[in-house]
Design a protein around this ligand. Structure first.
Ligand code: ATP
Ligand SMILES: Nc1nc2c(ncn2[C@@H]2O[C@H](COP(=O)(O)O)[C@@H](O)[C@H]2O)c(=O)[nH]1
Length: 190
């Protein structure tokens, strides 16, 4: 599975949409209690849930992992997981996924803060939300503290389409290398 990580407005969602249209990979649709953005579609971008619905599902064991980001809940439904999918997670979610018994390729998208702020403004995010995200991301998305990343892509000077191509190409290359290593190890064990 491919896990995409990156601070707000680094381009994860939009580059991934291009990647999905071009390559044989689909998305794990996660759940959130965050309000829908203007261009988002329920059941495609997220399963948008109320707090009550989210907490009930959490209690029922519906999620493989959950996270709290910028005052909202996020969670990965167990029934969405599949090898040929990608998922967009914050760093704690990545750590949970690394503990699962499946090959994971984790790619981090990095972009200059001033560019991210401009993108959030263009996305019509509220100024208060932008400030909170920038503050939270400084702590949560500090590259020095995120373990398990396979690759960091600086998207600052790349188009969304170039980012999509780079993500998919590197995902396939890294996955093949990881699978070959697993096969080699199992040969030694036999
Ligand atoms: N490389 C890029 N070139 C041009 N525009 C970009 C690029 N990357 C992102 N954008 C634009 O910036 C905005 C934010 O991108 P996107 O929603 O994909 O970010 P994200 O990483 O998914 O953010 P979040 O975590 O906040 O959901 C979008 O309007 C997108 O079109
Ligand atoms: N650990 C999890 N992180 C998730 C999940 N779904 C999304 N995310 C991450 O949350 C932040 C905020 O998302 P946004 O759409 O409000 O900008 C971002 O980093 C996502 O990658 C999840 O199910 N689990």
């Amino acid at each position: 599975m491919l896990v995409l990580v990156g601070p707000s407005a680094s381009g994860k969602t939009e580059s991934a949409k291009i990647m999905m249209n071009k390559y044989p990979i689909s998305r794990v649709v996660t759940c959130t209690t965050r309000p829908k953005r203007v261009n988002e579609i329920d059941e495609f971008d997220y399963h948008f849930l109320s707090w009550e619905e989210f907490l009930l599902k959490k209690k029922q064991g519906y999620f493989i992992e959950t996270a709290h980001y910028n005052q909202f809940h996020y969670g990965t439904p167990k029934n969405e997981l599949a090898d040929d999918k990608f998922i967009i997670l914050e760093p704690k979610g990545l750590q949970s996924f690394l503990k699962l018994d499946i090959p994971i390729v984790a790619i981090y998208l990095k972009t200059k803060e001033e560019i991210r702020i401009e993108r959030m403004k263009e996305r019509k995010d509220k100024i208060k939300d932008i400030k909170e995200r920038i503050k939270e991301d400084k702590k949560e998305f500090n590259l020095k503290h995120i373990q398990g990343l396979d690759l960091v892509i600086d998207t600052t000077n790349l188009s969304l389409s170039e980012v999509a191509d780079l993500i998919y190409k590197n995902y396939i290359d890294i996955l093949e290398k990881k699978k070959a290593k697993i096969n080699q190890l199992s040969l030694f064990e036999d």
